[in-house]
Write a protein that binds this ligand. Structure first.
Ligand code: NAG
Ligand code: NAG
Ligand code: NAG
Ligand code: NAG
Ligand code: NAG
Ligand code: NAG
Length: 415
């Protein structure tokens, strides 16, 4: 940034020098004057900061291979941009001169350590951008002094541990971004006290389990991103007590089952993304309390068994429901349980069109609704199938009642 400015200034000086030269001057004295001017300008540039581009309120110091925070910038600055430099650590004295800073931007550096209370003097700071650095941990005293901080971006670091109480120093946070790090777990209470938090981003970490209470006491949380983690198990109360939550993104995890009670008390939830998981079972009623739901993604999962009854009963009013790329088995079970069920016959076309058979092989790529019951040899396997169906029916009171009624009927007919 400094270099083009220097040559431009020198060109002006050269022209000025040439224009004042009269016929009596020799070429060599002209050159001497130009060189002297050049030297003078170079010296002058060196004393006005490390070629940062500054106004009274803003300094732009991007891409200058700086290894420390320059200490010769205007103390009045409120914004400091330091992207693409070689800063490896931040210490408290680095910022003691710039107490009016409200925005600090340090993405794409080599930041490895933030020393204790490094931001202590920056009481007016509202946003810090620390993306694309090499931070490995956050200590309880890292953010001391940042009582007014609203946005903290730590995406694309190497953070594997966050001390308890780290964010109790920053109670005004609205956006907290921790995506693409190495977190394997989050202790319950990590985010407690963030009463203003609206967005929490934890995408692309290595989280395997969400403990109950992890996200409690976040009364303003609207968007929670947990996609691309390794979550296998969601505790029934993992997402309880989030009255403002609108978007919950859980795609690309390893979730196998959606249990009753997992998504209750989310009265504002509009978008729930569970695509690309390993879901084989959804307990009946699991989604029944989500009155505002507009999008539910269940594509690319492992749903084989006849979940269609649950889906048609509970989800037919969700405007966008994704069910594609599941290994639906269009065998006697699914046909007898679903096609003959009244609720499935009135199941919206948008849902039925997505149930594309994977098995048996002869029906692969066909839509379930297009299969003729007569094409299935249902009588020969009905015994085995009714056994497996019964075990599945454990979670479904409606189907259980139906099953019991049919059994009684069969007994009566036998006598
Ligand atoms: C910091 O901001 C305040 C209020 O705008 C102002 O009075 C003060 O002079 C500023 N400090 C510096 C060093 O410019
Ligand atoms: C800054 O970092 C780059 C890339 O890692 C490296 O090539 C360069 O030598 C460093 N420069 C300084 C001044 O440390
Ligand atoms: C912080 O900002 C407020 C205005 O938002 C200003 O009055 C105050 O002087 C600033 N404090 C410092 C230390 O710059
Ligand atoms: C991240 O940290 C791990 C050790 O926890 C280390 O092996 C790895 O090289 C680090 N990655 C980067 C990009 O710094
Ligand atoms: C639905 O939510 C309300 C309050 O949000 C709660 O009282 C009720 O128990 C929930 N129902 C189910 C079936 O979870
Ligand atoms: C039904 O079973 C019979 C005899 O087992 C077999 O010949 C026939 O191909 C089967 N039909 C289908 C559609 O699989």
């Amino acid at each position: 940034m400094g270099v083009p400015r220097l040559s431009w200034v020198c060109l002006l000086c050269f022209q000025a020098t040439v224009s004042t030269v009269t016929g009596s001057d020799t070429m060599s004295s002209l050159l001497t004057r130009v060189l002297l001017l050049l030297l003078f300008i170079l010296e002058d540039l060196q004393t006005t900061g490390a070629s940062c581009d500054c106004s009274a309120s803003t300094c732009r110091c991007g891409g200058l291979s700086l290894t420390t925070i320059p200490q010769d910038l205007p103390t009045s600055i409120t914004s400091l941009y330091m992207e693409y430099n070689n800063i490896t650590e931040l210490r408290m004295p680095d910022f003691s001169r710039y107490r009016n800073l409200s925005s600090l931007s340090l993405p794409d550096n080599h930041l490895f350590v933030i020393r204790s209370r490094a931001f202590y003097h920056l009481t007016n700071l509202t946003s810090i951008d620390l993306r694309w650095n090499k931070l490995t941990s956050l200590k309880a005293d890292t953010f001391v002094g940042l009582g007014g901080l609203q946005a903290l971006n730590l995406d694309y670091n190497n953070i594997s541990s966050i001390d308890e109480g780290t964010f109790s120093e920053t109670p005004k946070l609205v956006h907290l971004l921790l995506g693409s790090n190495r977190l394997t777990s989050i202790s319950p209470g990590s985010f407690t006290g963030l009463n203003q938090l609206q967005l929490l981003d934890l995408f692309s970490n290595q989280i395997t389990y969400i403990q109950p209470g992890t996200f409690s006491n976040l009364p303003q949380l609207k968007h929670l991103y947990l996609y691309q983690n390794r979550i296998t198990n969601i505790h029934q109360h993992s997402f309880s007590n989030l009255p403002q939550l609108q978007l919950l993104s859980l795609f690309s995890n390893k979730i196998t089952e959606i249990r009753l009670g997992t998504f209750t008390d989310l009265p504002r939830l509009q978008e729930l993304d569970l695509d690309f998981n390993h879901i084989t079972n959804i307990q009946s009623g699991a989604f029944s309390n989500l009155s505002q739901l507009e999008y539910l993604g269940l594509g690319h999962n492992q749903m084989k068994v006849p979940l269609l009854t649950t889906i048609c009963h509970e989800l037919s009013s969700v405007p966008t429901l994704i069910l594609t790329n599941n290994p639906w088995q269009c065998d006697c079970r699914i046909v007898s349980l679903n096609l003959q069920d009244q609720t499935c016959q009135s199941c919206p076309r948008e849902i039925m069109d997505q149930i594309i058979c994977t098995e048996p092989a002869k029906f692969r790529t066909q839509k379930l609704k297009d299969i003729n019951v007569a094409d299935l040899n249902c009588t020969e396997t009905s015994k085995a199938n009714s056994a497996t169906s019964a075990s599945h029916l454990q979670h479904s009171p409606n189907m259980l009642t139906l099953y019991l009624l049919l059994s009684v009927l069969a007994l009566l007919l036998e006598t």
